[in-house]
Design a protein. Structure first.
Lengths: 386, 101
């Protein structure tokens, strides 16, 4: 790749005026016009700060501060860690060359200067630097945008204050945890007051994670409002959502889901599910996994779902979570929690903190899991106050 | 995920092993390429030694189903065990893909 060197800046540090001039002549012919000079290491360091070169051509033997010392000083400064330094050395010995590299030099050219070699090495270093800078800038931009998108995604989820308000209205305890794997994720959850006695809970996990999955959660968010929950059974509502997702999702992309409606007057939970991990229902001392098998959303237009109803009186709870909770393994090859262990996991957390067991659950999960998470984690604790 | 394939008459038998997950999307292309074999009528995905499948892996089964259907090839998923069977059952993939024990 041949790039133009006309906007590259080169600093020549050499105590010999003849050397400075001839080096400048050689690189000027290669198209480099922005050249600054220094006569020893101390001047050279100052010039690096004021001139901000893209490359330094550095003599080894100089008064006041030699080239090796100057290069070492540059490398101690994080700003100049990547600045290419080309040593020019009169000694062609192996030992001398090793000293240049040990001081942090990027490469060297031998004196007397051979114009062709000199230009080739200068060009090589400058091209490498340009590629590196382009990549670093690109990466910084992507990171910035991902972090904006992440904030947007978090804004789709219920805010703490809203959770509190809903919890008060229906006499519940509502605690939630949400963490995405690679900046963005495919998890989504929501709480929907339907009327004075009924409140709906939805948890959805799009296959995969990262940008594609996150875009799907934004799609979902616009779809949810299109289908009123008030007058539909959970199974019907999932069917409508399934149809809409099938229209927009390419083959291979789908979502697992659980949608349940808590009815305070009948003390029941009625739900339909599409392959989400088995939620945990706790009533009295009985803690068990709910059946949540169902064709995943967006895979087939013909998907049908069924409603199931369970008692959920005061003092009872429902625990919803995404598959990261049971599928993320630990460092040192520790096995993931697994579906069957979840009831005991909940039971142990309740012993630690009966009112807010989500805290000890998350503490235990993170203590045994390797970070960063391989998948998005959502966990929602819904309990009816006694 | 690793896979081994064997062609016998009009059937290609593909045995998957290890973990089928998000990071295997590029390998999926290699399996789809197997569908291009001349005179192929059937593809059998043998999952009996597959240890784990995540939601992205289930998505790959759905993609394979569509790719096979478009070429008039019958896809059969055979012998999922343990956690893999559990994940396939939970997501009811059997409503779209033929699953044999």
């Amino acid at each position: 790749m041949a790039i133009s060197l006309s906007d590259s800046r080169v600093l020549i540090v050499d105590d010999n005026e003849f050397n400075r001039k001839s080096l400048a002549l050689v690189i000027r012919r290669a198209g480099i016009t922005q050249i600054a000079f220094a006569e020893n290491g101390v001047e050279g360091l100052k010039a690096v700060d004021s001139f901000r070169p893209d490359l330094v051509l550095l003599d080894v033997d100089m008064p006041v501060m030699n080239g090796l010392e100057m290069c070492e000083a540059l490398r101690r400064n994080a700003t100049h860690e990547q600045l290419p330094v080309l040593f020019q050395t009169a000694f062609d010995s192996d030992q001398e060359q090793v000293r240049c590299f040990e001081a942090g030099g990027s490469d060297f050219i031998s004196k007397p200067i051979k114009p062709g070699e000199c230009v080739a090495r200068v060009r090589h270093q400058l091209e490498k630097r340009k590629l590196f800078n382009d990549l670093a800038a690109y990466r910084a931009r992507v990171e910035r945008e991902l972090s904006h998108a992440r904030a947007m995604q978090h804004s789709l989820l219920p805010e703490k204050r809203r959770l509190q308000a809903v919890a008060e209205r229906y006499g519940l305890t509502l605690d939630a945890h949400f963490e995405t794997s690679s900046e963005l994720g495919g998890d989504f959850w929501g709480v929907y007051p339907l009327d004075n006695r009924r409140v709906g809970f939805l948890i959805i996990d799009f296959a995969g994670h990262g940008i594609t999955a996150a875009i799907n959660t934004f799609r979902l968010h616009t779809l949810i409002d299109r289908f009123p929950m008030q007058d539909a059974a959970p199974s019907q509502w999932l069917m409508q959502l399934n149809g809409a997702l099938k229209d927009v999702l390419p083959t291979g992309q789908f979502a697992t889901a659980f949608f349940g409606i808590l009815d305070l007057t009948t003390d029941t939970l009625t739900y339909a599910a599409a392959g989400s991990p088995n939620p945990v229902l706790g009533v009295g001392g009985d803690i068990r996994l709910l059946d949540s098998a169902g064709l995943v959303l967006g895979a087939s237009r013909h998907a049908r779902y069924t409603d199931q109803t369970h008692r959920l009186p005061r003092g009872g709870f429902l625990f919803l979570y995404s598959d990261a909770l049971i599928e993320c393994g630990g460092a040192d090859g520790q096995r993931p929690l697994g579906q069957d262990a979840v009831p005991d996991f909940v039971r142990a957390a309740l012993e630690d903190n009966r009112a807010h067991p989500l805290d000890p659950m998350m503490e235990r999960f993170y203590a045994r899991t390797r970070l960063p998470l391989r998948d998005d984690l959502t966990a929602v604790w819904i309990a009816r106050r006694a | 995920m690793e896979f081994r394939s064997r062609v016998e008459q009009d059937t290609v038998d593909v045995q998957l092993s290890g973990r089928l997950e998000f990071t295997d999307h590029d390998r999926l292309r290699d399996i789809i390429d197997l569908l291009e074999g001349p005179g192929l009528r059937r593809i059998v995905l043998d999952l009996s030694v597959l240890d784990f499948i995540d939601s992205a892996g289930l998505g790959m089964l759905l993609i394979l189903q569509e790719e096979a259907e478009q070429r008039n090839i019958k896809l059969v998923v055979r012998g999922p065990q343990g956690d893999v069977k559990r994940s396939i059952d939970l997501a009811k993939i059997n409503e779209i893909v033929t699953i044999e024990p």
